[in-house]
Design a protein around this ligand. Structure first.
Ligand SMILES: [Zn+2]
Ligand SMILES: [Zn+2]
Length: 510
């Protein structure tokens, strides 16, 4: 293994009373200070249980903005001070020393003072303008502590399982996968590298797999890498995925001892039992290559199908410009789509533009795990009262009986930034994109790029709402269907990546 290859820490089990594992070779049991506590033998199932535990003490603050430089952060702080909001700076993220490059993915988070409790923080975030910008964040004032029993030893704070043979694997038993999905179940996972067992903030046990980033990447990509996909697409997706891992390490789980979780929230990682040869090949061909912009590794977001126009980062997530994640037509031609008003948005959605992800024009490989033909353009309908009940339940808000829905501002790619829910008692403004999609579906509406049609009764009251839309997902960055078509048309991975991540370049970091 190359010495400077980054190591990632993945949260495999986030909360448990006991954790069971076995190793295919002998192993050393260390404490969290890397002191040797005991030796284990191959094949024997071991069990770690809590002897004593005390949960962490937390404060709740609200994050109001994110900045990349100290200068931007101070400007934002001044603006908030003018609104009488006192703020502080946090710097989540990691610094990694690679072969010729110091990767520093840290951001500046502008956060409020602590609130009395989580409910008070949530209430402040809900009332903050602009809608959808504020996020409740946790501050660990005192870490969780405890002791655990494993292999007849009592160990403080946690332990690490380090196989003697670096090629050996650790089997982690009883891992719940698909948390909160209908296919949730438990299975045993095969892990390379090191296993760490320690306490989470609630004082329960968690299991963390520490492994090199390339092995992790091959595994998380395997489910999407099949022989039907062109190799240049696999390479482009691999480089984008690697960049996103490095760019986001330590931020989604800033309050945990791991960088990324193993479930859908970050990237699905089920160990190394089902590695695809195509994934391995694409990773080896591009080893260490990342997308770089402005001296930083790009957070190379991607979506399933953009529907014709990619979206700006700042209209979907926190309100800032990310120069390589900007709106643009997903096609050969620089077609003009002014989407300044509802009439133009309707005309765009009703059209069939010459874009890479237009599945009415291009043949899409059957390997894609979803029916793209129905998702380039789609239509979803609800009776009015049923929809009102759905929005109220999904967002936990009340507004009386649903009367109407009024589209608010739109992003350059046509996606709604906010939507006014007009109720018999009050009007509630909801946003941004993900909240709108969550409100309008039992899971998530395909996208926030839609226009609304209404059926009315003889009294003029709405009886049904119809959402007519384009694309699936947030539409920022690489469009998976569009990139697949580009690769089929003969574009190489560099051309594909520079189409979706403007002004970025490819650099081998290790
Ligand atoms: Zn996660
Ligand atoms: Zn597209």
């Amino acid at each position: 293994m190359i010495k400077s290859m980054p190591q990632v820490r993945i949260g495999m089990i986030q909360s448990a009373e006991t954790i069971r594992f076995q190793c295919t070779s002998g192993f050393a049991l260390l404490d969290l200070q890397d002191r040797r506590i005991a030796e284990g033998t191959a094949g024997a199932v071991q069990e770690a249980v809590i002897a004593r535990a005390e949960s962490a003490s937390l404060h709740f603050r609200v994050r109001l903005a994110i900045a990349l430089t100290g200068e931007e952060a101070h400007l934002l702080q001044e603006k908030l001070a003018a609104r009488n909001i006192a703020t502080f700076l946090w710097r989540p993220g990691v610094v990694l020393e690679l072969a010729d490059f110091v990767m520093d993915n840290r951001e500046y988070w502008i956060v409020t003072e602590p609130f009395a409790d989580e409910a008070a923080a949530k209430s402040f975030a809900a009332g903050y303008e602009p809608v959808g910008e504020a996020v409740v964040v946790k501050e660990i004032v005192r870490k969780a502590t405890g002791t655990l029993r494993v292999m007849d030893q009592t160990i403080t704070d946690g332990c690490r399982v380090v196989p003697e043979d670096p090629e050996a694997h650790i089997q982690l038993l009883d891992v719940t996968v698909g948390i909160e999905f209908h296919w949730q179940h438990k299975r045993t996972q095969l892990l390379p590298g090191i296993l760490e067992i320690c306490f989470n903030n609630a004082g329960r046990l968690q299991a963390i797999n520490e492994l090199d980033v390339e092995t992790y990447l091959i595994s998380v990509n395997s489910s999407e890498m099949t022989k039907e996909n062109p190799i240049e697409l696999l390479k482009a997706q691999t480089i984008a995925a690697r960049s996103t891992i490095l760019a986001t390490m330590g931020k989604h789980h800033y309050d945990e001892r791991f960088h990324l979780c193993s479930d859908d929230h970050c990237q699905c990682y089920h160990g190394v039992a089902n590695i695809s040869e195509h994934s391995r090949f694409a990773a080896q061909e591009t080893e260490g290559v990342n997308l770089i912009h402005g001296g930083r590794v790009c957070d190379a977001r991607y979506a399933k199908i953009c529907g014709g126009i990619m979206e700006d980062y700042g209209h979907i997530w926190d309100n800032r410009e990310v120069p390589y994640l900007v709106s643009g037509v997903d096609g050969r031609e620089k077609l003009e789509y002014p989407l300044a008003n509802e009439t133009q948005v309707k005309a765009y959605i009703d059209s069939s533009p010459d874009v890479w992800c237009n599945t009415q024009r291009y043949e899409i490989p059957s390997s894609l795990p979803y029916n793209t033909r129905e998702l380039f353009r789609w239509r979803v309908s609800y009776p009015r009262l049923e929809l009102g009940e759905l929005i109220s339940r999904r967002l936990n808000i009340t507004f009386g009986e649903l009367v109407d829905l009024i589209p608010g501002d739109r992003a350059p790619g046509g996606r709604l930034i906010h939507l006014d829910v007009v109720g018999s008692e009050r009007t509630v403004r909801i946003g941004k994109e993900l909240v709108i999609r969550r409100a309008l579906s039992e899971s998530h509406l395909y996208s926030a790029c839609f226009y609304i049609e209404r059926d009315r009764d003889s009294g003029g009251r709405v009886t049904h709402f119809h959402f007519v839309g384009a694309g699936w997902g947030h539409g920022v960055g690489l469009c998976q269907v569009g990139a697949t078509v580009m690769a089929q048309q003969g574009f190489d991975c560099q051309a594909i990546l520079s189409h979706y991540y403007r002004d970025s370049r490819l650099v081998k970091l290790y």
